[in-house]
Design a protein around this ligand. Structure first.
Ligand SMILES: O=c1[nH]cc([C@@H]2O[C@H](COP(=O)(O)OP(=O)(O)OP(=O)(O)O)[C@@H](O)[C@H]2O)c(=O)[nH]1
Length: 631
């Protein structure tokens, strides 16, 4: 069997999972799919009685979840994804649709209904292929559903309540999780187990097979995709781009404009779902009979106009550690949080509502609680916490950006206006104030930790025996490297003030080879010996002259065959993409973001050849080059 299934067809695409469900993330991650998670803000409130069958409801909800994310990502300054996947799981028993219980009584009501009986679990899935033409979003929607039958044993009241008190039912359709304690309630399962858990992987692969290997015209009547074709090597994916950019008229796919309406005016038609009345399509824009362009343009601009409010709401809620309180004690009412953090009740309520509107919190009659991604990224102590970077953005970048107008007029950074100090003096503060230093290091650590896997795996680095991460700060990338390449010895080289403060950021249990930390200034001191030098998020801080100094120093210690790996957000040749990097340039530091050809030129000038660039579509792209005999 060839173990590169049709999922490999998604390898070169920017895939987004429009779901906060940790189970869906796990199922897709387990099969090696690389994707971003952007939970949908679509509220699951479609009127159930309008749907002729339960699966129609699940399919339509899945589709609206995915459409909301595709639209939002296109409208915001984020890049339009290639593929957005949405899903919705429901339980159907006695003609009733059961979703996630709202409280323990509701869970009891659901589990009592299921007790001793067979029920159906339906997951609706929508796969949206997006493209942007003249800045207009075009979407092709493919959807399907899968049904699995599950039977519960006869269960006692005590057992049901014991199960409910475990807390497991609360975020699960029908009030049980078959993959955990809930498995004990189940007598049999007929069908796809993963479908019950939230994502019908097998049917998904078959659907991709239909889309990426469409039947040729002459056998269109007969060909059925009961099996999943494999992709033998990733090299033969060259056909993928042309297929996807020319993504028309595949079975089960329909074209939508960015409002979620079919451009043809017809409703999607899918293999397993009967058609749904157009009244159920939720228009994402206020159309009011106005021409499409007139309604779409303001929403983009309005979103940008409001962007600063949204950022500040996130920053303030983070700074006040509201997400930490909610993680430990949620759901909580506004008054409880206000008491905990010492803020006004009315102000707290408005801020929490804003966070709920932005999809950072869930609001129920019981109070506010964190979404899964808020727990992962916004609480201050999580492994993948972005808290440090958010506080840095609030305390350092926000004041700087307040003076953007002066920065543009004068062409220089505005530290003196924002902080009453020149940049050089401010830099000294980093090393005198323990708090500022820790904040800055936490910010750098957040990003390094989140991008480390992508940077470490962009190229196969297994041939190297030793690596030196210059300016490697807390060692987040170094730890990832030793984990992925067990034979690699990694040294982190950074300023003494930084090295002295790294202990707080070290992983608690070290199962891998330790990382060595060495103090020094890469402009002044001798560099440790290594076969591979790494500069991650270093070069953009420096102007070309300084970059030349650093590269010539590295080139001098590099033996032939050694390599240099640079991790930066690489601009396209027009320098308008990716927006995050372009916006970062507005800080007007003396450094700058550079394009692929600019990095190539700089590196080749110092005797590095075979320059290869991997665009990861994550925050950092990766450049690898090798030292030749003479520069
Ligand atoms: O046996 C199990 N059955 C169901 C689940 C989980 O239940 C939820 C179903 O909810 P939904 O489809 O609305 O998805 P959400 O979690 O709200 O995430 P979205 O952001 O996609 O709306 C789903 O998480 C299943 O995984 C289970 O775990 N076991």
């Amino acid at each position: 069997m060839v173990l590169h299934p049709v999922l490999g067809k998604l390898v070169s695409k920017r895939v987004v999972l429009a779901s906060a469900s940790p189970r869906r993330q796990e199922i897709l991650t387990n099969v090696g799919l690389r994707f971003e998670v952007v939970p949908s803000w679509f509220k699951e409130t479609l009127e159930k009685s309008y749907f002729a069958a339960p699966y129609e409801y699940a399919v339509e909800t899945a589709k609206q979840k995915a459409l909301e994310v595709a639209n939002r990502m296109h409208v915001k300054h984020l890049r339009t994804p290639d593929v957005v996947i949405g899903a919705d799981t429901i339980v159907s028993v006695d003609e009733q649709i059961l979703e996630k219980p709202v409280d323990k009584q509701d869970a009891y009501r659901m589990l009592s209904r299921l007790n001793g009986k067979e029920h159906s679990v339906f997951t609706g899935v929508a796969i949206i292929h997006c493209s942007s033409k003249d800045n207009q979003l075009e979407m092709e929607v493919t959807d399907f559903y899968e049904e699995t039958k599950v039977k519960f044993s006869d269960l006692s009241e005590d057992l049901l309540w014991e199960y409910i008190h475990s807390g497991e039912p609360m975020d699960k359709a029908g009030g049980y999780g078959i993959q955990a304690l809930g498995g004990m309630l189940v007598e049999y399962v007929h069908g796809d187990f993963l479908n019950v858990m939230g994502f019908p992987l097998n049917h998904f692969c078959k659907k991709l097979a239909e889309l990426y290997y469409p039947p040729s015209k002459h056998n269109v009547q007969h060909k059925k995709y009961d099996s999943i074709p494999s992709v033998d090597t990733f090299e033969n994916l060259s056909d993928v781009e042309s297929e996807s950019s020319n993504f028309t008229e595949h079975k089960g796919a329909s074209k939508l404009d960015s409002s979620g309406m079919c451009s043809s005016g017809s409703i999607y038609n899918s293999e397993n779902s009967s058609s749904v009345r157009s009244g159920f399509m939720v228009p994402l824009e206020n159309r009011n009979g106005m021409p499409e362009n007139a309604t779409r343009l303001p929403s983009k601009i309005l979103e940008l106009m409001d962007g600063f409010r949204a950022s500040k709401a996130l920053f303030v809620a983070s700074k006040l550690k509201m997400f930490d309180h909610l993680k430990n004690k949620g759901p909580l009412k506004a008054v409880d949080i206000a008491n905990e953090v010492g803020t006004s009740v009315c102000g707290t309520e408005r801020l929490l509502d804003a966070c709920a509107a932005l999809g950072l919190l869930e609001k129920t009659p019981q109070g506010y609680s964190n979404t899964d991604s808020t727990n992962t990224y916004l609480t201050s102590d999580g492994e993948y916490s972005l808290h440090g970077y958010i506080i840095h953005s609030n305390d350092h970048l926000w004041p700087l950006f307040t003076y953007l107008e002066s920065a543009v007029k004068e062409g220089s950074r505005q530290n003196h206006r924002a902080f009453g100090k020149k940049a050089e003096d401010l830099f000294k503060d980093y090393y005198h104030s323990q708090e500022v230093k820790q904040r800055f290091m936490a910010a750098m650590h957040s990003i390094a930790h989140l991008t480390a896997r992508d940077v470490a795996t962009a190229f196969d680095l297994s041939r190297f025996k030793s690596a030196c991460d210059l300016g490697g700060c807390t060692g987040a990338l170094a730890h990832e490297l030793v984990q992925i390449y067990p034979n690699l010895k990694v040294t982190v080289f950074d300023l003494p003030e930084v090295i002295a403060n790294t202990s707080y950021f070290q992983p608690s249990a070290q199962h891998t080879a330790p990382v060595t930390f060495v103090s020094g200034d890469f402009f002044k001191d001798n560099l440790p010996e290594a076969d591979l030098y790494i500069l991650s998020r270093v070069l953009h801080d420096w102007p070309d002259e300084k970059v030349h100094v650093l590269l010539s120093k590295i080139s001098a210690v590099c033996k032939p065959g050694s390599a240099l790996l640079v991790a930066e957000s690489v601009l396209d040749e027009q320098k308008t993409c990716p927006p995050t990097a372009v916006l970062q340039s507005l800080s007007m530091t003396e450094g700058k973001q550079r394009s692929g050809s600019e990095y190539k030129q700089l590196l080749e000038k110092h005797g590095f050849t075979n320059v290869q660039i991997k665009i990861t579509e994550n925050l950092l792209d990766v450049v690898l080059c090798f030292k030749t005999l003479s520069p």
